[in-house]
Design a protein around this ligand. Structure first.
Ligand SMILES: [Zn+2]
Length: 351
């Protein structure tokens, strides 16, 4: 899909959420040409009439405030625009499996003591990744967060959690970490990173007497999956679980990756609710033989968010989100092959 259509789609989805602030369980933001917009409008009207105690007609109409009328008018304009703008379908962001896991958790089938999560510390001491607005290497942020997450997961009973620290030069380290992870028989890999922006978007400032760079334009976490990972469906499942846990705790994902201004860093947004992007080429994702996501915990080139990333509150929010997502993912993980029989084992081996 051309970039302009992608960003338009996102802008429209965002707009719809603002115009029609309906609580999540009732959201069914399946935007197709023509029909879905109309159904969204009718949902808004039903909601409003419901608030007007079911009194339809002029009385109910009079009860609509100017703001409500404006909302409905705006929604109507959006609906009409679908007649002239070819829109792609926004995939439902809440597959049944995720919705069920979050709303009606089943008794846990997850054996935490046997579940192996690999926390990959992004970059190396020698090739430390991005530099923050206050000149701290990304690697330092990655290592600190990954250690914090490791500790909290072990406390939750995930005793097989492994912190994967890799040394050496940047590119060889990518293959080395994928090879190491593959030797660990892991159930899931999460590669921990902190975000920056392309050089062209950097601005200059002086920090502690040193010429430094920043960009306050964008902020937020983001999650990437590779369609070349052999467990794409499970990778995407975990990405969605994690993104929605972060969102539930008030965190926003980075929106800029769909924008042409990102150049070669531009990505396709797979889940506009959870903030999951597609990034096929990442070696740590496509070279690993287990479900894997790359998690940018926040932007350290944004001066305000860099301070957030240093705060105990943000560490706790991130940790709580990851732990909740890992627990749900573990619950949704099939038991090992040896414990299964017949067709189910055959199906599983196809992954
Ligand atoms: Zn990084």
């Amino acid at each position: 899909m051309p970039p302009y259509a992608e960003s338009f789609r996102e802008a429209l989805a965002e707009h719809m959420r603002e115009v029609l602030p309906i609580k999540r369980p009732s959201i069914n933001l399946h935007i197709a040409r023509n029909s879905a917009q109309v159904s969204i409008i009718s949902t808004a009207m039903k909601t409003k009439f419901h608030r007007a105690r079911g009194k339809l007609g002029p009385l109910a109409a009079r009860r609509l405030s100017l703001r409500d009328r404006h909302r409905m008018l705006t929604a109507s304009i959006v609906a009409l625009s679908s007649l002239i703008v070819p829109l792609a379908v926004v995939e439902p962001a809440w597959p049944k499996e995720i919705e069920q896991a979050r709303s009606q958790p089943k008794p846990s089938t997850c054996d935490r003591s046997q579940f192996r999560l690999v926390l990959d510390v992004g970059h190396t001491v020698d090739a430390p990744g991005a530099i923050s607005a206050r000149n701290v290497p990304e690697y330092d942020f990655n290592l600190r967060l990954a250690k914090y997450l490791e500790q909290s997961l072990i406390e939750d009973g995930f005793k097989k959690t492994v912190l994967l620290v890799t040394g050496g030069r940047a590119r060889p380290s990518l293959f080395a970490r994928a090879a190491k992870a593959n030797g660990l028989s892991a159930n899931l890999l999460v590669s921990i990173h902190h975000d920056s922006v392309p050089d062209s978007l950097m601005e200059s400032w002086e920090f502690e007497g040193k010429q430094s760079h920043f960009s306050d334009r964008f902020r937020g976490y983001s999650i990437f999956v590779s369609y070349e990972n052999p467990h794409l469906d499970r990778s995407l499942l975990f990405g969605r679980l994690l993104g929605n846990e972060l969102k539930d705790r008030g965190l926003q994902y980075a929106r800029q990756y769909t924008q042409p201004i990102m150049g070669r860093y531009q990505r396709k947004l797979i889940d506009p609710d959870a903030g999951v992007y597609r990034f096929d080429e990442l070696i740590v994702l496509k070279g690993t033989q287990m479900p894997a996501v790359l998690f940018e915990a926040g932007s350290i080139i944004n001066r305000e968010e860099e301070l957030d990333m240093n705060s105990a509150e943000r560490l706790d929010l991130t940790s709580a989100s990851l732990r909740a997502a890992v627990k749900m993912f573990c619950n949704l993980t099939p038991p090992p092959l040896r414990a299964r029989t017949g067709n189910s084992a055959t199906r599983s081996s196809a992954h």
